[in-house]
Design a protein. Structure first.
Length: 267
């Protein structure tokens, strides 16, 4: 007897589950768990990473991310307002900046800020300043488009009501439009914060001392001394300590304020 469409879909899903289960069982039987444990989960090697992985590497990762996010948010807001300006040169500059830096890999921006600019101007930027500038430039181009879309998503009636009360365009933007726009764009901004956390791993390109290491550089250094990949696993877990709560926060913000607006992106 021929199966109905619903029965065929159910049978297809069941077949997929069975196939996945078979693959997992085969891999579990073929794997050398003792070697895997020694390579990835060596508790003696992991214990040597503490407390420095928390007090130094994790702390520096959070600091670098926060510095880059604050600068990126400020630049992004300025660029978004320029993008919406009635003055042509402002719009052209903002659009050129956004398209240029969205099109470049973060790696090149770090090299340009940390090595290219000091070489060209015969100066030396403090390391934290260089990291903040690089991360801020990387994130500002994406956040500018997100903020612009949020501003444009504010109902036009809100602006007209504020103007009818005698508010100037600048006061309307600052006190009415921007606060509502930020409520709309909170979810994509949380996503940008997650991306910046991972991009902070490029800070090693600017040179480092043991006290300045972030998680990626700390794990690379520990990897040279350990016989296995346990330091990478420890660093990965520390990244998850940051990114999983941010992801949960993003999901809750999406439920509360909506799924965000177009214009965001990844680095």
């Amino acid at each position: 007897m021929a199966l109905s469409r619903r029965q065929r879909r159910s049978a297809f899903r069941t077949g997929q589950y069975v196939l996945l289960l078979v693959i997992v069982i085969v891999l579990a039987l073929l794997a050398d768990w003792s070697k895997i444990g020694k390579a990835f989960f060596d508790l003696d090697v992991a214990a040597k990473q503490f407390p420095d992985v928390i007090t130094v590497a994790l702390k520096n990762t959070v600091i670098f991310t926060a510095l880059g996010f604050v600068l990126g948010l400020g630049l992004g807001l300025l660029l978004a307002l320029m993008r919406l300006s009635s003055v042509g040169p402002y719009r052209w500059f903002a659009r050129g900046y956004i398209e240029f830096f969205r099109g470049l890999p973060a790696l090149l921006i770090f090299l340009a800020v940390g090595i290219g600019v000091p070489t060209a101007f015969n100066t030396q930027l403090p390391r934290n300043v260089a990291i903040m500038l690089a991360l801020g430039i990387v994130s500002s181009a994406y956040m500018a488009e997100t903020i612009r879309a949020g501003i444009q998503a504010v109902p036009r009636g809100q602006v007209e009501a504020a103007r009818s009360l005698g508010m100037s365009p600048a006061r309307t933007m600052i006190t009415v439009v921007i606060p509502q726009a930020f409520r709309i764009i909170l979810p994509p901004l949380a996503n940008e914060l997650i991306m910046l956390t991972k991009d902070s791993s490029l800070a090693f390109l600017l040179g480092t001392t043991p006290a300045q290491q972030e998680l990626a550089q700390f794990s690379r250094q520990a990897l040279l001394e350990a016989k296995g990949l346990t330091p990478i696993v420890v660093a990965g877990l520390c990244y998850l300590v940051i990114t999983i709560p941010l992801s949960i926060l993003q999901q809750r913000l999406e439920k509360k304020y909506g799924a965000g607006v177009p214009g965001g992106g990844t680095v």
